[in-house]
Design a protein around this ligand. Structure first.
Ligand code: ZN
Length: 547
């Protein structure tokens, strides 16, 4: 599960199709929950051991984890589904902002009026070039949402091409959980602005009348490092320069525009050109590295449907070691729940498919993804460079952070209500006496915080099950998030219920088999905003607007 981001915490391929070496069904992985629990215990205890160093993408610890999963896929007899055997190397880039090289100025009557670094603004790492300067008029686009069907038409009403957009953080109240998570995501805002041709983006501060210095708030919220996929073809829509403002900097910009701040932060602010030209300069240093997705496949048994794929995903990486080293302090973020349990679920599902009496009709892809914790990067790369045809991927079932510390009785099926997967999920869950519940914590924006989100943005119906709040789940969730999430104590010393993990694997296996064997592929609901936004793109193979 990737850390929550907000605008204020910005944080070939087809060889496998031809070879068709199918997995040989074996009888030694029976559908027995006790045996399943023991296999998952072995996986979790290995992946979350100190020897794997917290599995950060790009580190030797992740390489060990990748080798472990690769060996498991091989031992099960899965067909290699990567570009190099089971591997799909992902080119990654760490972009580090250099504050010394950052500058911003309001241009008035041809004269630059400089703004103060950290007092007024922070420049984020550049994603296009190591040195960049843009000088352009500013356009205010409200919350930066482009969704005419919801009444957000700023990008239709105002031309932002070649301009710098200024926007507010978050979203207005009233959107459902998943729409809220999507449109408040800073990556969505950046991509939307880029798609409309903007060259710069300015995040205004909505904090008013605070006694805390804006500098302190900004210093706390800005990350200088920004990990991205290092695309060679440069097709990802990106913005030249991005900055966040303090409330003082926001006031200066608005004063220069002659705009009353209260009007901007009102419910229905006036959108459009601000009559101010801004100059932004960013300096960034790049470090490139690689880390693989690990991909295995079971070929479907049906002569026609085998050319379609159900894609099961779990991120294999975690966040590695703490950087501040104190003697005698545990510095390894083992990521037992995040996401050794999810990876163990993926492996157990693979064993079940391999051990089943009949192969599924459709083919199944098993993806252990890299760099999820760095911003869903392994899945982003995979959906841009899939190892099977994009339109042949009928669904994604994602596994992330099953907090297997209590016996869940309900699940939140993120993404499912947008497609026929809701019914598929409900039917499978009912077999295990598990109910579906609405999202109890929309403010956590869980929907955009794991890898299924990249599949959704490519028009692929997806479901991501999260343990519900019944049977004490609410207390377990809040305690886990406060005490263990992204900390060294997310480790195998926790009272892990492997029997519950096995039940979760069984549930996801039932869902995946149902999708794999159904006569029809999953369909978006006609009224789904995501289906409307993204499904046509999957057919055209065009880049997703959400990227
Ligand atoms: Zn995480």
């Amino acid at each position: 599960m990737v850390f929550r981001t907000s605008y204020h915490r910005l944080a070939a391929v087809l060889a496998v199709l031809g070879v068709a070496a199918c997995a040989t069904p074996r009888a030694d992985w029976p559908l027995d929950r006790q045996a399943s629990a023991e296999r998952m215990r072995a996986d979790v205890e290995t992946l979350a051991s100190d020897a794997f160093g917290g599995r950060e993408a790009g580190t030797p610890g992740f390489q060990k984890a990748a080798a472990y999963v690769e060996a498991a896929f091989r031992q099960m007899g899965l067909t290699p589904g990567g570009t190099r055997g089971y591997r799909q190397p992902v080119p990654l880039r760490r972009a580090m902002a250099d504050p010394q090289g950052a500058a911003m100025a309001i241009i008035k009557d041809g004269t630059p009026q400089p703004l103060g670094l950290m007092d007024d603004f922070a420049m984020l790492a550049g994603r296009i070039a190591e040195e960049v300067t843009v000088t352009a008029p500013m356009v205010f686009v409200g919350h930066g949402i482009d969704a005419p069907s919801l009444g957000y038409t700023a990008y239709q009403d105002h031309d932002v091409s070649g301009k710098i957009v200024a926007l507010l953080p978050g979203v207005p109240p009233g959107l459902p959980s998943e729409e809220r998570a999507h449109f408040s995501n800073p990556e969505t805002k950046r991509a939307t602005a880029a798609r409309h041709g903007a060259v710069g983006i300015i995040g205004l501060s909505s904090v008013r009348g605070t006694t805390e210095s804006g500098r302190a708030a900004l210093a706390r919220s800005v990350a200088l490092a920004d990990d991205i996929v290092a695309y060679k073809d440069g097709r990802k829509a990106v913005i030249d320069a991005s900055a966040l403002m303090t409330s003082a900097g926001t006031d200066k910009l608005l004063a220069a525009a002659g705009v009353d701040p209260d009007a901007v932060f009102a419910a229905k602010p006036a959108l459009g050109p601000l009559g101010v030209t801004l100059s932004m300069t960013a300096k960034t240093s790049y470090t490139d590295y690689k880390s693989p997705n690990i991909i295995g496949m079971i070929e479907g048994s049906d002569p026609v449907l085998k050319d379609e794929y159900v894609v099961l995903t779990a991120h294999l990486d975690h966040i590695g070691r703490l950087t501040s080293v104190q003697r005698g302090v545990d510095v390894i973020n083992n990521g037992a729940m995040d996401n050794a349990t999810g990876t163990a679920t993926l492996l157990e599902e693979a064993r079940r498919f391999v051990g089943a009496e009949e192969r599924p009709k459709r083919s199944i892809l098993f993806l252990a993804l890299t760099a999820e914790e760095k911003g869903l990067l392994g899945s982003e790369y995979f959906v841009h460079h899939p190892t099977v045809p994009r339109e042949a991927m009928v669904a994604n079932v994602n596994l992330d952070m099953p907090i297997a510390l209590f016996d869940f009785v309900d699940v939140i099926a993120f993404g499912a209500q947008h497609s026929s997967l809701k019914e598929t999920t409900a039917t499978a869950a009912a077999k295990l006496d598990v109910a579906l519940s609405p999202d109890p914590v929309p403010e956590q924006a869980l929907f955009v915080r794991s890898d299924h989100y990249n599949f959704v943005k490519k028009g692929i119906p997806s479901v991501f099950l999260f343990f519900g709040f019944g049977n004490g789940g609410d207390d377990v969730f809040s305690d886990f998030m406060v005490t263990h999430y992204h900390r060294p104590s997310d480790e195998i010393g926790l009272p892990i219920r492997y029997d519950v993990a096995a039940k979760f694997a069984e549930l996801n296996y039932l869902i995946a088999s149902e999708i794999a064997n159904a006569p029809d592929r999953p369909r978006w609901n006609e009224d789904s905003l995501f289906g409307t936004l993204f499904a046509p793109l999957a057919e055209e193979g065009a880049p997703s607007p959400g990227m």
